[in-house]
Design a protein around this ligand. Sequence first.
Ligand SMILES: *Cc1c(COP(=O)(O)O)cnc(C)c1O
Length: 389
Amino acid sequence: MSTTSKYGFATKAIHAGEEPDFREGATGDVVVPIHLSTTFARKKVTEPTGGYEYTRSLNPTRKALETKLASLENAAFGLAFSSGLAAESTILLSLLNPGDHIVAFDDLYGGTKRLFNHVFSNFGFEITYVDATDASEVEKAIKPATKLVWIETPSNPLLKVSDIKAISAITKKHNLVLVVDNTFLSPYFQKPLDLGADIVVHSSTKYIGGHSDVLGGAVLLNNETYFERIQYHQNAVGAVLAPFDSYLTLRGIKTLALRLEQHQRNALEIAHYLEQHPKVQKVIYPGLESHPQHALAKAQTTGLGGVLSFEIKGTTDDAQAFLSKLNIFALAESLGGVESLIELPSLMTHASVAKEVRDKIGITDTLIRVSVGVEDVKDLIADLEQALA
Ligand SMILES: *Cc1c(COP(=O)(O)O)cnc(C)c1O
């Protein structure tokens, strides 16, 4: 099954990259084996067996995952990394030079901002943050040194939506690379490359892996020149996904479509429940009609995912007391697993973002982020009910 196969998403999620091998001596496994070997023997000096030499450069289990991920994002090429941040770092190292300027969304994952502000800025990269929900703000920030635009939609934790098509028209006009972090919706609900993005990046730790048991990242793209540069740097710096982790991720992906349908159904029901609760100030979920970009969100996706945020009335102490009373929701960072997770961004995921910046973009001290899992929704609502009471 090639990455450009016309099969539907769920079929590709199960089969792409894992076609049984019927060659002489092969065993026809329907699940790709975990190839733990770090090195691969060859018969002749100049002929690596099957193209395999050393696992950092190429590994059969990782390659199966890369093929599957590429097919799901409608990409020609895919690379699997040891974490989302390893994937992000490798993109930046591969495509930029000191002195280059990046325009980035002001509501990015906290770790991405830390990488930009405290790591890459030390190497002479300059970053300007803008409110990318208004595409014209992206264009206004472009300078002669700008090389790349980096967005995340829906964003984290405020679930702001930016218009991928409109921003890609701007990046094409100015000859810039558009990177979209597609972690929150996964390719099941959103395909940024089809909307004009040049590169999709994922933390596959989240929905793609889906079971909170494997860290990983991915880069998917169609541009062969960028692919070769990123692949070269991935091997050179060594930020690859291990064979066992590749297998776990492959296994997780097989139920991506099923899981996301249930995440979304539960999230919408919880969003409606919270919206009418007297102790809740406001609920932010792109699937709600009250979301300021509900129409855009619906237009550029096939679903709105399982993450929502809400503000509880009162102080940070009230928010913390509520969180401590929950039984089913785990008070934990991260998102995208089958289990429901809940957290306080100002003190947890976004604690590394300066308070002035948090206040400016709306990450208040009572903002709570929920990654709605796939449990029975009546149990989740009952848990919220008793903790709010
Ligand atoms: C978690 C996350 C990352 C970082 O990925 P790791 O796998 O934790 O390195 C990047 N972007 C988003 C949106 C994330 O949620």
